[in-house]
Design a protein around this ligand. Structure first.
Ligand code: CDM
Ligand code: ATP
Length: 287
């Protein structure tokens, strides 16, 4: 087997995000639909049989290596081996904005769990990897399982769904939003009625919303302005707790035309929504 492997670490969107309650530990209970984007980071794992360390080829600016979810995922996984393992050098090509609501850190953790399970030949199941992942972050399990899903609880109870694989224009307003701050805001809507079934997304999805959006608009005028601009062309929504927002388009060219006319100072990208994670697609090709 080759000692080096490059795997995608895609973004997710929360097509909607309802806050339906609060747990005793303060965490919020959500109902959400996660869909992947065919866009994200790439992570290269190179085994180093001569030395046992788990290390990054290049640190991510602003994130100490010990806090990096890639390192934390690799270390957590290594505790599940009864044998000594070869070391690994991990190199990340970071494209996803951090703290954008695109789940970049969680996706990196999931790609590391799935990738090293393969390279280290540990044979852990996706259930086992998802459980290890949940200890690292609420969004990790959906990336480990690799299918678009209706998520409940804090996002760990997952039912596969197949929303339309439309094109998205994703914009990153020039601000960084801390997830914990949004969830601790007094004015946050926390009592959206639960829906009983995973929505099929056939027809109109406009009755679904992101419950963080009002609070984020109030606190971050940049997000408010971007949402106002994008909603001229169709429904625009926040993903996660922001700062990224997205609009949905039937074709790539429709999304690109709007992208070309975006106001200066906003970054972003155009990408296709996909129901099978690019990570799992690549792994299937390897088999
Ligand atoms: C908003 C989502 O992106 C939706 O996919 C995720 O639920 C965020 O999950 P996450 O990245 O694991 O969130 P973290 O960055 O660890 O959360 C930071 C803080 O936000 C609060 N938090 C987070 C998720 C949640 N369901 N309820 C919460 O109250 C907690 O105080 C937590 O300490
Ligand atoms: N490998 C990593 N990539 C990105 N961020 C990381 C990583 N490891 C740790 N972090 C920390 O996690 C924080 C959140 O980053 P992330 O990109 O996951 O946010 P997000 O897109 O808002 O995620 P979510 O939608 O799950 O809230 C960063 O500010 C950073 O401090």
């Amino acid at each position: 087997m080759s000692h080096s492997l490059t795997l995608p670490s895609p973004a997710k969107l929360n097509l909607f995000l309802h806050i339906v309650g609060r747990r005793h530990d303060g965490y919020h209970e959500l109902q959400t639909v996660f869909q992947f984007l065919d866009y994200g980071d790439d992570i290269t794992f190179t085994l180093t049989p001569d030395q046992p360390d788990i290390r990054l080829a290049r640190p991510i600016p602003g994130v100490p290596d010990d806090d990096n979810l890639i390192i934390r995922a690799a270390r957590a996984l290594a505790t599940h081996s009864r044998h000594s393992l070869p070391g690994v050098v991990i190199d990340i090509e970071k494209r996803l904005p951090m703290g954008g609501g695109l789940g970049g850190g969680s996706s990196n953790a999931a790609t590391t769990l799935v990738g090293l399970n393969h390279l280290w030949q540990l044979g852990l199941s996706l259930d086992q990897l998802a459980e290890i992942g949940l200890g690292l972050g609420a969004d990790v399990p959906v990336f480990v399982r690799g299918h678009a899903a209706f998520g409940e609880g804090v996002g760990e109870r997952l039912t596969p769904v197949n929303p339309p694989e439309d094109w998205f224009l994703v914009l990153k307003p020039a601000c960084n939003i801390n997830t914990g701050k949004i969830f601790s805001e007094e004015g946050l809507t926390r009592d959206t009625p639960k829906i009983k079934i995973a929505p099929a997304f056939e027809g109109d999805a406009s009755r679904y919303r992101n419950d963080c959006e009002d609070v984020v608009r109030q606190l971050y005028p940049e997000v408010h302005k971007s949402l106002e601009w994008l909603s001229q062309f169709g429904p625009a929504r926040l993903t996660g707790t922001g700062a990224c927002i997205f609009g949905r388009f039937p074709t790539e060219s429709a999304a690109r035309i709007i992208w070309e006319s975006k106001p200066s100072g906003i970054t972003g990208f155009v990408a296709k929504g996909v129901n099978i994670s690019p990570l799992h697609k690549k792994l299937t090709e390897l088999k």
